[in-house]
Ligand binder design. Structure first.
Ligand code: GTP
Ligand code: MG
Length: 464
């Protein structure tokens, strides 16, 4: 199957299931193209005489009724794709869906490629590229906070910011070019200082957007925290306390958890995946536990944050030392939060101020997984490590493509500034300002190469 944007035809009529595959009350099949209404009318029988936008009836193949449906008609150009578009609500049974799709293929529609509805919306100028990309983010957002940010991008908040910066550069360029063409005159010109100060504003605006990139990434992709520690330290108890439900088995037997248990929560708007692991200890005969410990060692390398849980009702023992050695040898560059658990019991744990063990820890927090104390402090610590302040909100989704282009724009603007500051180098200044303009245009999808569009839209699901 080709999912290359270059092969996407704009004119023919495409059809796809836009809801998940499976059983549901209703499934929605979407069809877009000049012939969408003609194709549908060949197989749609309705008694509705009025020109309603939504019509009730049956999809038929000759005399055979395929399903009882509702069809919503959207007339070009005010539609998602900018073309004639129909949404057919069928019964959500995979068998029916397949039959209906086959019927529509037979009648002249072709299966849509991934992201092709949104691609058409981009081609027809309904959405710029940054807006179109955000449709995908909006669907895959894992927390309300990131969904809100993605919605702002779809609405065009991010695009407007880019356009404003671009307009300022265009305006500035006009003044710079006039200086080039009429170097002897000095009326109507912006002074060098004025040009520089306008340029500085553009630079600040681009920098502000770039600052949101790290947070955007965290909110979109989330972070992974692995709970590690010796058996019986209270890892599974902590997972349950954070989730507020009994997800993992907790017993007083050391070596209870043998396989990893994973859950994702909303931590200050960040999708935080917490992984409970098998406890690491020096001696065990249990082969399942040994396999679990192997898995724990692998997870240590794939996590963004480690949470090392100690049993503070006992002194440090050989199992803690064993884990310290593993972590030391792993030479990790990720934060390790030390949790002194069981703070409800008499405290026996002493971490020697000079020990390598202490050096491994980024921070120390006292908790009791059993009494559920210290949990909020831990969640705040996660957010802090992720670079998110307590009340910080994120308004926009800036992806890695935007980040690269914003960096290109920033570099070009800084070069423009350099050229402008050193006298009589205005041609080079104009050239660099145009480089910045082009980078910003590319964010919006202006003059973007087909293969870039291909890469972006092929990551979408079919039916989007
Ligand atoms: N008093 C007290 N007991 C706790 C606390 N946290 C856990 N425990 C107890 O410690 C025992 C072990 O807890 P688990 O959560 O199963 O420990 P684990 O680290 O998952 O152990 P493994 O799965 O064997 O590696 C259980 O009996 C818990 O009830 C705590 O904060 N205070
Ligand atoms: Mg456990």
């Amino acid at each position: 199957m080709s999912n290359c944007a270059m092969n996407y035809l704009k004119e023919d009529t495409i059809v796809a299931l836009s809801t998940p595959v499976g059983k549901s009350a209703i499934a929605v099949i979407r069809m877009s193209g000049d012939d969408a209404f003609d194709i549908l009318n060949k197989v749609f029988k309705t008694s509705s005489k009025k020109n309603y936008q939504i019509k009730y009836g049956y999809l038929v193949d000759g005399n055979e009724k395929k399903d009882e449906v509702l069809c919503s008609f959207f007339y070009a150009p005010n539609t998602y794709t900018g073309q004639n578009l129909v949404e057919i609500s069928v019964h959500g049974n995979p068998v029916i869906i397949k039959e209906v799709l086959n019927l529509l293929y037979k009648t002249g529609a072709r299966p849509a490629e991934p992201g092709e509805f949104t691609y058409r919306s981009f081609l027809n100028g309904k959405k710029d590229l940054a807006q179109a990309e955000a449709v995908c983010n909006l669907i895959t957002s894992k927390t309300a906070t990131s969904a809100k940010a993605a919605l702002n991008n779809v609405r065009g908040v991010f695009s407007t910011k880019i356009k404003n910066i671009k307009d300022s550069i265009t305006n500035l360029l006009a003044f710079m070019e006039v200086t080039l063409d009429h170097p002897e005159e000095d009326i109507m010109f912006l002074s060098r200082e004025e040009k520089l100060s306008r340029l500085e504003i553009c630079i600040k605006d681009v920098e502000a957007l770039l600052k949101s990139y790290k947070a955007s990434k965290t909110f979109q992709n989330g972070i992974k925290a692995a709970l590690i520690g010796k058996p019986n330290a209270g890892k599974s108890s902590l997972l349950n306390a954070i989730l507020g439900k009994n997800r993992a088995i907790v017993t007083e037997i050391a070596g209870t958890t043998t396989d990893t248990v994973e859950e994702t929560i909303d931590c200050h708007g960040i999708p935080l995946t917490i992984i409970d692991t098998a406890g690491i200890r020096k001696h065990t005969e249990n082969s399942i536990e040994l396999l679990g410990q192997e898995k724990t060692r692998e997870i240590i390398f794939s996590a963004d944050i480690l949470v090392w849980i100690f049993d503070s009702s006992f002194p440090i023992d050989e199992n803690d030392i064993q884990l310290a050695n593993i972590l030391n040898n792993a030479k990790l560059s990720i934060p390790i939060i030390g949790l002194l658990n069981k703070s409800d019991l008499p405290q026996k744990l002493v971490i020697d101020e000079n020990s390598t063990l202490l050096n491994l820890l980024t921070s120390k927090i006292k908790i009791s997984a059993k009494k559920e104390t210290g949990i909020f402090t831990l969640l705040d610590e996660f957010a802090k490590i992720a670079g998110i302040n307590n009340m910080q909100d994120i308004n926009l989704m800036i992806n890695s493509r935007h980040c690269t282009l914003l960096n290109n724009a920033l570099e070009a603007l800084q070069k423009t500034k350099l050229e402008l500051s050193s006298k009589n180098a205005d041609e080079l200044a104009c050239f660099q300002a145009k480089v910045a303009q082009n980078a910003l245009n590319e964010i919006l999808g202006i003059n973007v190469k087909e293969d870039i569009l291909d890469t972006i839209f092929s990551t979408f699901c079919i039916g989007k």
